[in-house]
Design a protein around this ligand. Structure first.
Ligand code: GAL
Length: 961
């Protein structure tokens, strides 16, 4: 077979060949006994090739989704349905300890933090879950998921040290009980469980890897009822906790981010970034478990001052997926999980300092991955094929192409790529293959075109194949007497040795050919396949591998198909459209169908002579009326009364600890001044120092820690001293302020407002970086004895006894308006000033708090994302036209963004329906912290809508009559 041209680095083919057994065949099901214990259940089992569910081999093709980053439980089904529509059958999830246990010993998982609705939605959508509750998760969450009170733990975090064990016990017990109930053995969706995360490398000062630690943790989970297999996720394949080690998990796995997080260079594929030794390592480290990638790069996080998620999406685009994902299938990966198909938001201060409010992750919910997921779901022979070595010049006539064969009992698969994997050359080559690929009784002898899916309906088989633009492709079917064009032209037919050979150049017009009586081959180009969906007609809650080749429909539809049902001659689809859309059932339902509905509305349909059913769904553009925020009436209150001479901080916490709770950070001040010591862990901190002047004070040096991009401002009494406006990379800053003339014998108060960007993660056990303090870590009052200053501190009201039970422990920071609860809907505003809103600004350094409310009456039956957009004003500090400021945006009480105009990059803050009331009143509050003497003004703030999607997403009422 000769392939004409392979264009660009993206040309890479998975070539199926040689099978007559696409049913679940291959090796007999082996039940691998876990190393150190009797198996606890027999529903989820595994052998060296794949997982089994109820004895049936499955390809796990999933992605990570954090419900806590979308705090609207009624939207979780929507996300699951979208993930499922890609052909995925699984989702992994973390639980963030810090959101459940703000105060040690008091765990709560209620409201938006409840897990049961998440499990119910997964089950409804037919999605399996991998539970990853940590306790350490990383995940770009504050503290890597660790709650602030761990700042005070003396010993090493993520070790068997007693006080870490003591501190984590309540969380482990509480979260495990919740997850245990959702295991498949109890009828739930959870099939695998990951203790810890990326337990990969540790500091020299501790035992690492520590078998006592991992075994102890696993025993805790087992004792609490976890019976599904344990998995792990090392950050690179170094064999930690693999079977055969002192603390083996059941199924060993790793993650990989081969292009890193370099969103600044969205087209840079460094030499040698493609992994080539994974199979060999696997055979050394864990030959008896399936190849598992627990997190494979599906996007990137982006730091403060970063490039924005559009660039991340460009870096990790369809070309990345085509080359890198297929490389993973070349090593035989059968548990494949993408991080992440849906990102969400770091609302309510839940993020780590290395990221801003959006956690979009450059994640695309509909893309190239869909093509591979669907192919693998209809190619079960892949699960038992044995990956070979990378070869060049063996299967091809050129060393410029590398081929990785996967040799099966009957079926072989071949992954091809450019040998210089990042080459942009066009390379012509010949492939030498011996093949047979069974599609419902027909042998596809070979195909250079990729297969999207195939299905069998009665005696008919429908196969959908595709290629890249202008590629030449060839496909042969054995034992057939020739083919005919049913639709379109340009496919050349020939016959050799009883085999029908099809040859064509890929174009954007669909071709359909019939080979023999009943094999229909639908020939597409790659762009067209993106609008095709495979959807099951089985009842809600069915899993992908419950489908047979005949219970799925192949639907061409455009934006999204969610569900399908066939009953009494009616095909009923639900889905979403963004334009008038022709919907065509190209596989399935071609017999006995007399009616067709979409989202419950009956459509006029036609059926062509081969039984493809077609109908048009009209898109009705709704009128979307959004308030003009600048013309609403706003209320204003000052939110920094602390600098007024009349202010009393008598009720604040005394910052009087002479020693910190642990020795992690070297104390340089007479008493500890950082927030975590006193239970303040989020949003912002205010520290006040009282002293009586002696008249010699000349300057004040402040050393403050806040996490990347943080800022702080300082006053002495009502006099503004200055600010650190923040820079993306600085998480600690030192500034010396000149003091005004202080009068001897008079009392003064220093007030320092500092931003808290979240705690660092704790990636390396033994380093304990999570304990890095936030707040004032050093000061010198020139001319005055430092020990003579008496300090007070506050953060959110109540600290670990936080008030904000609905939005959780992190949502509310230490600013005055937040401490009063004025970010929550309808505060008592009658004495506040009328205002034009944040665009009116504040005229001196400090914090202003602006509120307004408006009604929304969004069209029903549409999914219309809304965002608050700040006019971009990235310029910065004094002297330039725009003054440095930072805003928090609260919507109905939820903090849905921090905007830092001098750092960025985020200016647009999406707020999901459910947080915004789309059919009623909404309360919005904006805090504006001006970090320059002249104050600050928001240049513009708008509510804008995104794409208008007509949707069939609704929560079905199970009990409706
Ligand atoms: C992994 C980690 C995840 C997440 C990811 C980057 O190393 O396991 O939790 O932090 O990196 O987005």
């Amino acid at each position: 077979m000769k392939l004409g041209h392979l264009f660009s680095k993206v040309a890479l083919l998975l070539l199926p060949l040689h099978t007559d057994a696409l049913a679940l065949s291959g090796k007999p099901h082996q039940f691998i006994v876990p190393e150190k214990r009797a198996p606890l259940q027999n529903i989820i089992t595994w052998d060296e090739d794949s997982l089994f569910v109820h004895g049936k081999r499955i390809m796990f093709y999933g992605g990570e989704f954090h419900p806590f980053r979308l705090p609207v439980p009624s939207l979780w089904l929507d996300v699951f349905q979208k993930i499922k529509a890609l052909g995925y059958n699984g989702v992994s999830f973390y639980s963030a300890w810090t959101l459940h246990e703000g105060k040690q010993g008091s765990f709560s998982a209620e409201g938006v933090f409840a897990w049961e609705p998440f499990f119910d939605a997964a089950k409804k959508a037919g999605v399996y879950l991998i539970a990853r509750p940590g306790p350490y998760i990383n995940a770009e969450v504050s503290g890597g998921g660790f709650p602030g009170f761990l700042q005070r733990v003396r010993s090493n975090l993520r070790t068997p040290d007693e006080d870490y064990q003591e501190a984590s016990r309540n969380y482990i017990e509480s979260i495990t009980r919740i997850i245990a109930k959702a295991q498949i053995t109890n009828g739930g969706p959870v099939i695998l469980f990951q203790p810890e995360n990326e337990y990969t490398l540790g500091a020299d000062s501790i035992v690492f890897p520590d078998a006592d630690y991992m075994n102890g943790l696993m025993q805790q989970f087992r004792d609490l009822g976890i019976v599904v297999p344990f998995i792990n996720n090392v950050a690179f394949p170094n064999g930690v906790n693999a079977p055969g080690t002192d603390a083996p998990v059941d199924i060993y796995g790793h993650d990989a981010y081969p292009l890193g997080f370099d969103c600044a260079n969205p087209s840079r594929w460094p030499d040698n970034a493609i992994p080539t030794n994974w199979r060999d390592l696997h055979m050394e480290q864990s030959p008896n478990t399936p190849y598992m990638l627990v997190e494979f790069q599906g996007g990137a996080f982006d730091p403060w001052g970063g490039n924005g998620f559009e660039k991340c999406a460009a870096l990790l685009n369809h070309e990345f997926e085509r080359v890198f994902y297929k490389n993973n299938f070349g090593v035989g990966c059968t548990i494949f999980n993408v991080y992440m198909p849906f990102g969400g938001s770091n609302w309510g201060n839940l993020g780590h300092p290395g990221g801003y409010s959006s956690y979009d992750y450059g994640a695309v919910i509909t893309d190239e991955a869909k093509l591979m997921a669907n192919f693998l779901q209809v190619s079960p022979a892949y699960l038992t094929a044995e990956p070979g070595r990378n070869t060049s010049g063996l299967y091809t006539d050129t060393n410029a192409i590398t081929v990785t064969p996967l040799i099966g009992n009957k079926t072989n698969f071949y992954v091809t790529r450019q040998t210089r994997y990042n080459s942009l050359d066009s390379t012509s080559y010949k492939l030498r293959l011996q093949t047979n690929y069974d599609v419902g009784g027909f042998n596809v002898l070979y195909s250079s075109a990729e297969i999207f899916t195939w299905k069998k309906y009665g005696s008919r088989t429908v196969v959908v194949v595709y290629g890249g633009p202008n590629e030449l492709h060839e496909l042969a079917v054995s034992n057939t007497s020739g083919g005919t064009a049913v639709e379109g032209s340009g496919v050349k037919f020939s016959n050799r040795n009883g085999n029908t050979i099809l040859n064509w150049e890929t174009g954007s017009t669909r071709r359909v050919v019939r080979v023999g009586q009943d094999l229909y081959i639908v020939i597409l180009d790659r762009n067209s396949v993106y609008s095709h969906w495979v959807v099951s007609t089985l009842p809600e809650g069915s899993y992908t591998h419950d489908s047979t080749a005949s219970s799925d429909l192949i639907v061409k539809a455009g934006y999204l198909i969610r569900t399908a049902e066939i009953s009494s001659g009616t095909i009923a689809l639900t889905g979403d459209i963004n334009a008038t859309t022709e919907i065509e059932i190209i596989g399935g339902g071609h017999e006995n169908i007399n009616s067709f509905t979409f989202n419950g509305e009956k459509l006029q349909h036609t059926k062509d002579r081969i039984g493809f059913i077609k109908a048009t769904v009209p898109f009705k553009a709704p009128e979307v009326k959004l308030p003009d925020l600048s013309s609403l009436s706003w209320k204003y209150t000052d939110s920094l009364p602390e600098i007024r001479n009349s202010y009393s901080d008598a009720a604040w916490t005394d910052a009087d600890h002479a020693e910190p709770s642990n020795t992690y950070w070297n104390l340089t001040t007479p008493t500890v001044l950082w927030g975590g010591e006193y239970g303040y862990h989020t949003g912002s901190l205010i520290t006040r120092g009282h002293f009586t002047a002696n008249g010699d004070e000349s300057s004040l040096l402040l050393n403050v820690s806040g996490g990347s991009a943080f800022g702080f401002s300082a006053w002495v009494n009502e006099t503004y001293l200055g600010s650190w406006p923040g820079y993306d990379l600085y998480s600690i800053a030192n500034i010396t302020f000149t003091l005004p003339n202080l009068i001897s014998g008079k009392k003064y108060v220093l007030t320092i407002l500092s931003d808290h960007m979240g705690y660092f993660g704790n990636w390396f056990p033994g380093y304990n970086e999570m304990k890095t303090p936030r707040g004032v870590i050093g000061y010198e009052l020139q001319g005055h004895d430092a020990a003579d200053v008496k300090w007070k501190i506050t953060g959110n009201l109540g600290g670990e006894n936080f008030k904000d039970r609905v939005q959780g422990p992190l949502n509310e920071g230490g600013m005055w308006a937040e401490r009063q609860g004025y970010h929550l809907p309808s505060p008592p505003m009658k004495d506040w000033e009328d205002s034009k809103g944040p665009t009116a600004g504040i005229s001196k350094a400090g914090v202003g708090f602006f509120t307004t409310s408006f009604n929304l009456d969004m069209p029903k039956g549409y999914d219309i994302p809304l965002s608050f957009v700040f006019a971009n004003s990235t310029s910065g500090t004094s002297g330039s036209a725009v003054l440095a400021y930072r805003c928090q945006l609260f919507v109905n009480g939820y903090q849905f963004g921090e905007y830092i105009n001098n750092i960025g990059p985020q200016t647009s803050f999406p707020v999901p329906e459910g947080i915004l009331n789309y059919h009623g009143t909404n309360f919005v509050a904006v805090s504006l912290w001006g970090l320059e003497a002249e104050g600050a003004r928001v240049e513009g703030l708008k509510l804008v809508h995104g794409p208008i999607i007509q949707t069939g997403s609704w929560e079905r009422r199970e009990d409706a009559y």
